[in-house]
Design a protein around this ligand. Sequence first.
Ligand SMILES: [Fe+2]
Length: 364
Amino acid sequence: MKNFILYNPVRVIFGNGESNNVADYVKGLGKKAMIISYEGHDFLNVLLDRVQTSLAANGIETVPFYRIQANPLLCHIREAVEICRAENVDFCIAVGGGSVMDSTKAIAAGVTYPHDLWKMFISRHDCEVAIPPMETLPTVMIPTLPATSSEMNCIAVATNDVTKEKAYIFCPTLYPKISIIDPALTCSLPTFQTVIGAVDAMSHVLEAYLNGDQNSPLQDRLHEGLLVTIMDELRKILKDPTSVEHRANMQWAATLAWNGYIQSGLDAPTPMHQMGHVLSARYNTPHGVTLAIFMDSYFRYCNGNKNRTRRIDRSPNERCRTISYRQNSFEILSYPLRVYSFFWFFITLRRFYKKIRGEFSPRT
Ligand SMILES: [Fe+2]
């Protein structure tokens, strides 16, 4: 195991129905909150109304910003930052999945950021050194999709709509103040979102497991436990989507998959994510789908490297060994995963073809 520093100050409130008590938990954070959610947020109307009503009843004014899209754009983050500044907002509340939570972190950090917001982001193509945000407004997360673990990490990913780069902020300042994880909110998730969320969480576990330090048996067992839990619970959820019990297990597993605990000491790169970000930035392909597209090929690539796959083979967890690429299993995910990734693979190819044709067609 390599040396590491672990710091995670997020106050997690986990339980069915806890999103009803948001006003109790945010006391002391301020008198005015921006509520951030998706554009076309109809499916969240009831929840958003409930949050707003509860805050109003406790004397907290709210400023809605419902413009975030999947694969969030820098232009919307800029817009929200300007509103926060004009309205003197004290804190930000995210109601949604990873895109909304990531945007909320960037917005909260952007309010007092003295430079251009894009300078916060690392992994930009211009290779300039990022200037991390030194402070942020407090943020509160109410996740509605188990996937990214954004509710308990200090990462925010966004796409620059001008340069078409997907880059991220990684800075301890960004840790949410409070995360209210209410699994009951996920019971109405459609199959598509449920599956690609699970693929994202699995990828977070697998990338560190396959690429990280090889002498970390405790971390291996933690990874295997999460992997098997995500696979088993997904199978159960697909059979019984309204089961709060299985949704709760899935949501906690997804939170732990990328909150820094299991990655400690592994120092692992994330190749599938980095390749996937390019597809998302260029063709707006959903994050989980980009991972599904790459996952099978990446496993085949790892097949040529015994160091990477040795972990799976020597795992004492029999269920974990069944994910071996050689047995070509992924049996739980196989049907929805392949259907969706196949579908999106062709959409992505079509967009790529259109772009090439547009770029090389003679100009009039
Ligand atoms: Fe991810």
